[in-house]
Design a protein around this ligand. Structure first.
Ligand code: ZN
Length: 476
């Protein structure tokens, strides 16, 4: 028994010490390791495979919107940043700078990109001449660097992977529409691929992207009730187009300044998956992005026909497009159950001599831990259907958990009590920065997004008439 529980015992209790649980899970399931430089992480094959599945799903959606992929340089002349005042102010504290190269001091220091609006804007100003060149929609998959003193794998690291989309349009309406459309795509992706329910909405001035006219975010509730910003879409107006001289000759023969948008999601999404679905046994991965969707564990593998039947089933599942792994290692079945449960594999199949005789397999779902029997013949269809059910049920379960933890607060005490108890808190806001700052100071919660379409009577802080309803939460 001690051996069977070996993995479970190594993970901290999810409710007693969630941060330690998180660290244990990401390390022990081999998603990541710490890099030698503080603030850096190594994404190991099991973690990178999740990222590849995220990329694959997302890239499809971008291309369906007419977005093309390209790649821009890692190094950006520092002078580019000073062209957009708010942008440089916002990013200055996080920028890592190269000052020496080839053994000599550089004439101009070079920033390692924290985001690429400046360099992409510079190139766009060369490429765009007339209205015929618009809209221009380019995305890049890359790494960025924003200096951090602490390391929280997938959540807060100096270097991380992401995609950044940058679009240029002839009119404000078009650019705004694009900003909204990408936010919708992110939401659909989060819900249907990651099984993470998200709340989307506009951010306050304080929380918006440095240099944006408006930022829209999608917020997901983690196991501890804190919010994770899982993606953002920015309407940049003419701020960057003016700074980087993105002009076009319009149909009416006049030169006009364009409008731009940018939008991104990062490897933080992996952190969101872990903290939305994980349980006391470890990871619970949604089938769409799980590196291994189904693991086959032979029982009494040396008995006649078992290993052959397992191999045959693996081949059938593979042919049916299921990402399947046959664990024919020397470890005991109990050890394997724990290992694959901890790694969050959505479905486990057990197949032994008795099952073989009865023409059945035993399927165990990772999300609900329920077991059911299935006919061995034609199991591939059954497993595919089961994976779809798991995917759907995971979203619904996460939605239920979240919806039960959104509360309304009428004053500061209720906001504090709400976030202390791990909730998202809706409260009225007058719209002034002082009230927003006061909430942050007293409760450590920040305004996540406007609760779109909802209204409140009074501001929870000053008691004046509320202009908006805000969703407050402590955040990663
Ligand atoms: Zn107020």
């Amino acid at each position: 028994m001690a051996k069977e529980n070996q993995f479970v015992e190594q993970i901290a209790d999810i409710d007693a010490d969630f941060p330690q649980w998180y660290t244990d899970v990401v390390l022990k399931t081999k998603l990541v390791d710490y890099g030698p430089v503080k603030g850096t992480m190594v994404i190991r094959p099991y973690g990178y495979a999740i990222w590849e599945n995220i990329q694959k799903e997302m890239d499809k959606r971008f291309k369906a919107q007419g977005v093309e992929n390209a790649y821009f340089p890692l190094l950006i002349p520092m002078s580019f940043f000073t062209k957009e005042a708010e942008h440089v102010e916002g990013f200055a504290p996080e920028i890592a700078v190269v000052t020496v190269a080839g053994g000599e001091p550089l004439a101009e220091p070079l920033a390692i990109r924290p985001t690429s609006e400046t360099i992409i804007g510079t190139m766009y100003s060369k490429w765009i001449q007339s209205y015929r060149d618009l809209p221009l929609k380019i995305n890049q998959w890359c790494n960025v660097m924003r200096w951090e003193k602490t390391t929280r794998p997938f959540l807060r690291t100096s270097e991380f992977l992401w995609q950044e989309g940058h679009t240029v349009h002839a009119t404000a309406e078009e650019a705004e529409e694009e900003t909204q459309k990408m936010l919708e795509i992110y939401k659909e992706f989060a819900e249907n691929c990651l099984a993470i329910p998200v709340i989307t909405g506009k951010k306050t001035e304080k929380e918006k992207f440095a240099g944006a006219v408006a930022t829209y975010g999608m917020e997901a509730m983690m196991h501890d009730g804190k919010s994770l910003q899982a993606g953002t879409s920015h309407y940049l107006g003419q701020n960057f187009a003016s700074a980087f001289d993105i002009q076009f000759l319009d149909k009416d023969g006049t030169h006009k300044t364009a409008y731009t948008s940018s939008w991104g999601v990062s490897t933080r999404l992996i952190g969101a998956i872990i903290m939305t679905h994980g349980d006391s046994r470890g990871l619970v991965l949604p089938p769409v992005v799980a590196p291994v969707q189904c693991v086959i564990v032979p029982i009494a593998a040396k008995k006649a026909g078992v290993s052959e039947a397992c191999a045959k089933l693996r081949d059938e599942l593979e042919q049916a497009g299921v990402r399947v792994k046959l664990d024919d290692s020397e470890n005991s079945p109990g050890w394997k159950f724990n290992e694959w449960e901890m790694k969050g594999v959505p479905v486990r199949i057990e197949l032994g001599p008795r099952d073989l005789e009865a023409g059945k397999i035993l399927c165990a779902r990772r999300d609900t831990l329920e077991k059911s029997e299935m006919a061995l013949s034609g199991a591939a269809d059954g497993i595919r259907a089961l994976l779809q059910t798991v995917q759907k049920d995971m979203l619904e379960a996460a939605r239920k958990r979240r919806d039960g933890r959104i509360v309304y607060a009428k004053d500061m005490d209720e906001i504090l009590a709400g976030v202390e108890n791990g909730n998202f808190v809706k409260a009225g806001w007058c719209g002034c920065r002082e009230c927003e700052d006061k909430i942050k100071e007293k409760t450590a919660a920040s305004a996540r997004v406007y609760a779109e379409g909802e209204t409140a009577e009074t501001c929870a802080v000053c008691g004046k008439k509320a202009k908006h309803m805000i969703i407050y939460a402590r955040a990663y």
